[in-house]
Design a protein around this ligand. Sequence first.
Ligand code: FES
Length: 272
Amino acid sequence: MGLIIVKNYFISIKNLFDLTFTIPRYNSTMSETNLKVKVWRGAEQGEFVEYLVPRNSNQTVLDVVTYIQRKLDPTLSYRFACRVGMCGSCAMTVNGVARWTCRTHVAKIVEGDALEIAPLNNLPVIKDLATDMREFFNKWKGAVGFFKGEQTRHDDFAIVKPDSEERQLANAGIECIGCAVCYASCDVVASRSNYLGPAALNRAWTLTNDVRDTQQLDRLRAVAGDAGCHTCHTHGSCTERCPKQLEPTAGISGLKKLVARAAVRGTKWGKL
Ligand code: FES
């Protein structure tokens, strides 16, 4: 009878067919290590508290925060809604950089096993990771960042050609989700709290190119003021950090030129 050696055991060929091998398979959701996550607790006054969170290959920063809230400390406050990058509510400061947390994979940004999660900069903190967004959205209002047309529901749909210059310019900034990542990243907002900021000005520029809107001169007056588009120093942090790859600096630059033209020569809507 033949013999075979398996891990130093002598087994007859007949008995080999009765052997059972157990081979552990790699499971991508297995936790191999823990993340050391420092999370801001408190309001303007507070401190970082460290939590250990099991690591897995696909987790997002929002998953990490959710794990802490559901498994370790239910008093942790944070904000999210859609989890798919549409609502703009989940932005936080992650390892010093403002990001949308539901679309930020831990594996892509973490070095080693340390993660630090704080509320967005340039906004008052309500509690833990939740900021007060009123100031941010009030500035949209201050920049006349809302649509006002003149047609009624009895009128036919307005026709705006997709390849017209205005439509192309409006398209460039229209996907803003209002997450405030640009606002939290802006050095000018940090030093001049009344500055309208990149999101409000991007919205103003988008509406300036909406041929259906009827408030163009009011909007140009609003963004021409001391806290408006000319306050931008073109540092470019907003464009660098925007999770939707928008370019608020390009829109602000467009507003600067349009305001100058409206003041000197006038526009089709009138003169400033
Ligand atoms: Fe909606 Fe992140 S939860 S954008």
